[in-house]
Design a protein around this ligand. Sequence first.
Ligand SMILES: Cc1cc2nc3c(=O)[nH]c(=O)nc-3n(C[C@H](O)[C@H](O)[C@H](O)COP(=O)(O)OP(=O)(O)OC[C@H]3O[C@@H](n4cnc5c(N)ncnc54)[C@H](O)[C@@H]3O)c2cc1C
Length: 273
Amino acid sequence: MPIAVRTFTTPAEAAAVLSSDRSARFLAGGTLVMRALNEGDVSIGTIVRLDDRALTQVRASGARVTIGAGVTLAQILRERELAFLHAPARLIGGPAVRTMGTVGGNLFAPSPYGDLAVALLALDATVSVMGGYGARDVALEEFLAGRDRFAGSIVLSVSCDRPANPESFRFRKVARVKPKGVSVLSIAASLPAVGGRVSNPRIAYGAMAPTAIRAKAAERALEGRTLDESGVSAAVAAAAEGTSPATDAIASAWYRREVVGVHLRRLLLGRDA
Ligand SMILES: Cc1cc2nc3c(=O)[nH]c(=O)nc-3n(C[C@H](O)[C@H](O)[C@H](O)COP(=O)(O)OP(=O)(O)OC[C@H]3O[C@@H](n4cnc5c(N)ncnc54)[C@H](O)[C@@H]3O)c2cc1C
C-alpha cells in the first residue's frame, strides 16, 4: 500500500491532519514508526512530518526548563542545562537510537520502553499538546494515563523544574544487557528534603504498568522519613503496590514485582548494588 508523506510548517496544520485521519502517524525520530512500517504495519497510511525549529529547542528560565518534543536523546546529552536528564538519556538504546530518538517519541513509546518519560514523571513535568481543538498544557501524569486519547495530537514540548541539587534526583535502569538493553524496570525519584527528612517525594516506575506510573504507596511511606535503612524500609515494603507489570521477553510480571523493592531500596540509599 502506498504511504503518503505530508510535511507541514505549523503544528496546527499537522494536528488537523492527525486528528481527522485515523491512518495518519506523526513521524519524529522514526525509531519506532519506521520499524512498524518496515514490519508491514498496514494501519499507517499517512506519515505526518513537522518542519518547525521550535520543536528542537531547549529553553531555560530560572529553574524551569522547556524541551522541544523534537529534541533528540543525543541532544539532551550535549546540553549542560539538562545534566539532570543525562542518566536516563544515556541508557536509552545505542548511539543510533539516541541520535534519532526524541523526547516526544519517548512519551508514546510502549512499555518496557519510555525510560525518559519515567524521569520526567518523577520531575512532575507538564506536556504542551496541540490537538484539533488548539494547544493546552497537561500534567505528564494525566497525559500518560490517557495516552490513547492524545494519539491524534502533537506534543510540542515538555517542561519541568530542574532539581534543586543533583542528589535530590535519582534514576536507575535495570537491564539484562549492558549498556543498551531494554528495561526490566526503571525507577526515577525526586527526593526534596527539609531538615534531613524527605518532603513531597515523587517516585516513578517504568515497565511496571502499560505506561510510566507513580509509586504512590511508596511515596506516602517515605514522607517525612530519612534516607537510611530504617527510614526507607516502609517505602520498600510498599514498592510493588499499585503496579501491573507485563510478562514479556525481558522479564515476567512476577519477577518485576519481586525485584522492584530491591532496586528502590538501592536507589533510595544511594547504593550501586
Ligand atoms: C533498538 C531499539 C532500542 C530501544 N531502546 C530503548 C530504550 O532502551 N529505552 C527507551 O525508552 N526506548 C527505547 N527504544 C524506543 C525508542 O527508540 C525511544 O523511545 C525513542 O525516544 C522514540 O522516539 P522517536 O522520535 O524515534 O519516535 P517515533 O518512532 O518517531 O514515534 C514513536 C511514536 O510517538 C509518536 N510521536 C513521536 N513524536 C511525537 C510528537 N511530538 N507528538 C505526537 N506524537 C509523537 C509517533 O507518532 C509514534 O506513534 C528503542 C528502540 C529501538 C528500535
